[in-house]
Write a protein that binds this ligand. Sequence first.
Ligand SMILES: Nc1ncnc2c1ncn2[C@@H]1O[C@H](COP(=O)(O)OP(=O)(O)OP(=O)(O)O)[C@@H](O)[C@H]1O
Ligand SMILES: [Mg+2]
Length: 505
Amino acid sequence: MSLLKMEGITKVFPGVRANDDITFDLEPGEVHALVGENGAGKTTLMKILYGLYSPDSGTISINDKTISIKNPKDAIAQGIGMVHQHFMLVPPFTALENIVLGDETHQFGMLKMGDPARKVEKLMLDNNLRVELNAKVEELAVGVQQRIEILKILYRGAEILVFDEPTAVLTPQEVDELFKTFREMKKQGKGIIFISHKLDEVLDIADRITVIRRGQIIKTIPGKGATKPIIAELMVGKPVLLKVDNPEKEQGDKVLEINQLTVLKENNLKSLDNIDLSIYSGEIYGIAGVEGNGQTELIAAIADKLHSVEGSILLNGENITALDVRNRREKGISHIPEDRHKHGLIKPYSLIDNMCLGRHHLPPFVKKFDFIDEKAKRKFAQEMISDYDVRTPSEDVTANSLSGGNQQKIIIAREVSADPALLLASQPTRGVDIGATEFIYKQLVKAKMEGKAVLLVSADLDEIMSLSDRIGVMYKGKIIKEFKRADATKEQVGFYMMGGEKHES
Ligand SMILES: Nc1ncnc2c1ncn2[C@@H]1O[C@H](COP(=O)(O)OP(=O)(O)OP(=O)(O)O)[C@@H](O)[C@H]1O
Ligand SMILES: [Mg+2]
């Protein structure tokens, strides 16, 4: 008997068969991984299961009984829970309030919290989910917020749990904890659907792996015996090179020079503490570090004019500390931002407009007398879509309608094609599939070989290790250690990411 069976699911969006006659099943007590390229149709299938989209055809059954799911409420009633990538919590409420919200028990018109608290505590114990229940959600780290989301689902009695790229926002330690939770839930006979682009994680946790390509099921294989090259080839349809060809280039002129840079937060604490950093033409400088140690602020301070900044930032010898974003871009800074939804795209705009963003006021996109040249914009967007292999039915659709990885390709295309002196790349492959990751790595290496200076920030240590010519480790707002590529091992970099000697004592 399967816990869940989806049969013959088809869903067509204008110009795209997102799901094409998909059949997928889930056993009790298993983790079934769903993998595939960006835009393959994974999220669409899960949104159908959760009642957020209705399929054009196909059936869903639970415990061999066909059911109808018209909205998330139906899905929840059928024991289906979904952990979204962007959490849906209420920040000023406590963890407990968030878990219980929408499912409260009342007595004499008052919220009754005693019993729910006991129930939640048991769920925490049984599922390796530690949360400070009285803490306000806004004060909690992302990893903890995710645990609250999981508790919320379990509280409503979920037997089928869907995780759409849950690990993209987690540290390696948090991923280990999440997988412990998966193992506990398996013991209770729950079924878990796990979506991830990180194939090492998939191999670590999945009992079965289903590969989906361009809306169709390619194959389901057991996790045991699967390898990264096997999965990657099933996903992409041809062998994928899992290694980066990254030759060294002779160091050129100094492109970026940062002197004694300090940035204060609202509470007057230092998010950047007296940073000195120089990056040269023809090198990739990688910043390693556990998230939240100042990486975001460092990139922000170079890309834009911030409040409460001390120190100076020079680009090709010119002091740009007082310049605003637009002027900095015109001087040759490109920026692949960490949060593509907030800072990378205008989602309701077309791909054409998004591709030209930031340069829309410059030739070739404006002609004499400030007339906008729509033809030039369209031609440019078409070229970029083809060069960067953006999977989209046309350049006229909105950025909104693209899958996550394809949105990222739009940003990469725009920023790299601007031919910058300095390229800031923050988490450039987050949520990006293996083929596109390989492609983005090639673009970063190409930029360096063309003599650009690249500043790379990534939570993925493998990414830092394979791309960087020099590595700086950030800890509590400082660069506490710098390595040349040849001298760096993963263990050593990891040691400094935890604070180095200071941490040891
Ligand atoms: N609301 C929508 N309107 C139009 N097209 C959509 C919509 N949602 C998804 N699509 C299209 O359906 C296809 C599948 O998208 P989906 O988000 O399911 O991919 P995915 O496998 O989850 O990719 P990723 O790994 O990038 O998250 C894509 O081509 C996407 O552009
Ligand atoms: Mg998706």
